[in-house]
Write a new protein. Structure first.
Length: 87
């Protein structure tokens, strides 16, 4: 019969990895708890997700304005090509 030394070593490695993961997770939990306690208190009756949002159309961001300009240029080129072919 052969002795089985490897599984014991593998078991120890797995257990060490589990312990390390537990330590990391506990550290993350503690950090999150500290972050939440240090954060400013929310104003009662105000949803923080909706705070600062104005009803109606929102202003375009830079990338949206660039895309709109490219679209307008493409439309102009298409209109020019269509006008030339109709003559």
């Amino acid at each position: 019969m052969a002795t089985r030394g490897r599984p014991t070593q593998q078991k120890r490695q797995k257990e060490r990895a589990r312990q390390e993961q537990r330590k990391l997770k506990e550290a993350r939990r503690q950090e999150a708890k500290e972050r939440r306690s240090a954060a400013p208190a929310a104003v009662p009756g105000v949803d923080p997700d909706l705070e600062g949002i104005v009803a109606g159309p929102q202003p375009l961001t830079d990338w949206q304005q660039e895309g709109l300009a490219e679209f307008a240029e493409a439309e102009e080129e298409t209109e020019e090509g269509t006008a030339d072919s109709n003559r």
